[in-house]
Design a protein around this ligand. Structure first.
Ligand code: SF4
Ligand code: SF4
Length: 196
């Protein structure tokens, strides 16, 4: 399935399972009536073996979430989040001209070594070449917001030239800018039950 065929209801990629990964239980901000947590903090229900202690009754947010590695076949096999340090997610974009929504892809670099992940450059290039909106996301410290930028324009020439070293150099530069960017504490809306 090509990058242009992104939709909210994509089937999961056959043969890819979460295994011992629980990156989404740590990296994501969750704001669900049954669970609130800020990004970067491990969910209190995560077990030592990374399984979910409330799996049968986990919140809908967890039940329905699958990362881009699970949903997009063109995202390279090697990019499982726990082994690569790269968390791929579908991300909507609203057109500033006509207000229409389209789906793009966010690549969150969870660690500095994520820049060296095998398959990162190829996956990013596939999305840019297909004119899918591509976002580079650099997390802040636990409890703080991420820096994020749309990077299609910056990467277009390197992708057109099939210049992998050039693409990675630009990603490294954008990563450095993102790491130095301002952060704000993640603020979750107050809930009557306190997010339980
Ligand atoms: S980040 Fe992706 S592979 Fe890892 S546990 Fe979540 S859905 Fe599964
Ligand atoms: S409730 Fe379970 S699935 Fe949801 S974030 Fe916590 S550990 Fe992960």
């Amino acid at each position: 399935m090509p990058p242009t065929a992104i939709s909210d209801d994509l089937p999961l990629v056959a043969g890819r399972t979460c295994g011992s990964c629980n990156v989404c239980c740590v990296a994501l901000t969750i704001d669900d009536p049954e669970l609130q947590k800020a990004q970067g903090y491990r969910c209190r229900h995560a077990q030592r073996d990374n399984s979910c202690g409330i799996y049968a009754t986990r919140p809908d947010t967890c039940r329905t979430f699958h990362c881009g590695w699970r949903r997009l076949k063109w995202v390279r096999e090697n990019l499982r989040p726990d082994t690569s340090g790269v968390l791929v997610q579908l991300q909507g974009e609203i057109s500033p001209t006509d207000g229409t929504r389209r789906l793009g892809v966010s690549f969150t670099l969870l660690t500095k070594s994520a820049l060296k992940a095998e398959g990162l450059a190829e996956s990013v290039a596939a999305a840019v070449a297909a004119d899918v909106p591509v976002f580079l996301t650099i997390p802040g410290p636990p409890g703080y917001t991420s820096a994020q930028a749309r990077v299609n324009a910056e990467l277009a020439d390197a992708v057109a030239r099939k210049d992998k070293p050039g693409l990675l150099r630009i990603l490294r530069e954008l990563h450095a800018v993102g790491r130095a960017g301002p952060r704000k504490p993640v603020v979750l809306p107050a809930r009557a039950d306190g997010g339980r």
